[in-house]
Design a protein around this ligand. Structure first.
Ligand code: GRG
Length: 304
């Protein structure tokens, strides 16, 4: 057994996350044209946002899912893990634009449009999204799930029924009095869809059974909601320096959040309830799902 495998299989969660993060960073760096390739501005902008930090939560969730479903060699999972991080990064670049959330800080650095201008930032987002589907085309399908199914899953999660639906509803919600059901509608689409996607793709690559895929979906929806509620809480309780993005934006932009509708304490309780629900969904995966469960607990307790 090589040392990396030993670390991942027997080590604690932080060793596991660090080992997987390094694998993801390497794969991401290889997934885009070099910054020197003409026209270099676009490749610099793509690399600036993709390789400039980030927790890599979504790709690591995919790798952990594939492992939970019996995959030992992650070589075929890494391109798919990059797909989700590219789509996530595109959405962050576009979300930060002046015509959307208008933010100057992301992942502890000036946002793409602040460095490259609005036009190149829009195109960098577009190019990351397009490249994501190019990478997806290279993933080896499994017996149960042909590539066409994985492409359809990805397009639906990133499209006007999920990620973009959430963003539109979020834009339209600003300054309005929303019910908790409305906020949940937004969070399930804007955030949970991009958490469910890596879980389902990871399961599909691992040839998961339909029951396992259903359990992963339930885990992802509950985890994604809990993750967004914690994000909303941190926006109120942490500084911009701690977060690496502008704090207090939700309140100043009158955003639809759990703390705004039900208060901080009830939001914390809801995040705990959802994390328990996420853990219950994992029972079907048995002992191999333990790492995913640990990640759920870790995200509930995060302070960044
Ligand atoms: C522009 C189509 C489009 C969608 C934008 C991603 C997004 C939707 C908005 C960004 C703001 C926000 C609160 C999104 C919810 C998801 C979320 C919490 C994103 C941040 O994810 P992290 O914390 O970020 O995993 P890092 O930087 O670690 O990758």
């Amino acid at each position: 057994m090589n040392s990396r495998k030993a670390t991942c299989e027997t080590g604690g969660l932080s060793d596991y996350l660090e080992a997987r993060r390094r694998q993801v960073e390497k794969a991401l760096a290889r997934s885009l044209p070099a910054a020197s390739v003409r026209p270099s501005t676009i490749h610099k902008a793509m690399r600036y946002s993709l390789l400039g930090g980030g927790k890599r939560l979504r790709p690591i969730l995919m790798l952990a899912t594939a492992e939970a479903c019996g995959v030992d060699d992650l070589a075929n999972v890494l391109p798919a893990a990059c797909v989700v991080e590219l789509i996530h990064t595109y959405s962050l670049i576009h979300d930060d634009l002046p015509c959307m959330d208008d933010d100057d800080l992301r992942r502890g650095r000036p946002t793409s449009h602040k460095v490259f201008g609005d036009g190149v930032a829009v195109l960098a987002g577009d190019a990351l999204l397009t490249r994501a589907f190019g990478l997806l085309a290279m993933v080896k399908p499994s017996k149960r799930y042909p590539l066409s199914v994985m492409i359809e899953e990805t397009a639906t999660a990133a499209g006007s029924l999920q990620l973009i639906a959430g963003q539109v509803a979020d834009l339209e919600a600003e300054g309005k009095n929303l019910s908790i059901a409305d906020v949940r509608f937004i969070h399930e689409r804007k955030t949970a869809a991009m958490i469910v996607l890596p879980l389902r793709l990871g399961g599909m690559i691992a040839n998961a059974t339909p029951r396992q895929l259903k359990a992963l979906t339930e885990f992802g929806i509950a985890l994604g909601l809990a993750f967004q509620i914690i994000d909303d809480i941190l926006d109120v309780t942490q500084s911009s320096e701690q977060l690496g993005k502008s704090a207090g934006k939700d309140l100043s932009a009158a955003k639809a959040t759990y703390p705004a509708v039900i208060g901080l304490e009830a939001s914390r309780k809801e995040a705990v309830r959802l994390t328990k629900k996420a853990h219950s969904a994992l029972i079907l995966l048995g002992a191999r799902g333990a790492r995913l469960g640990e990640m759920g607990t870790y995200l509930l307790k995060r302070e960044f």
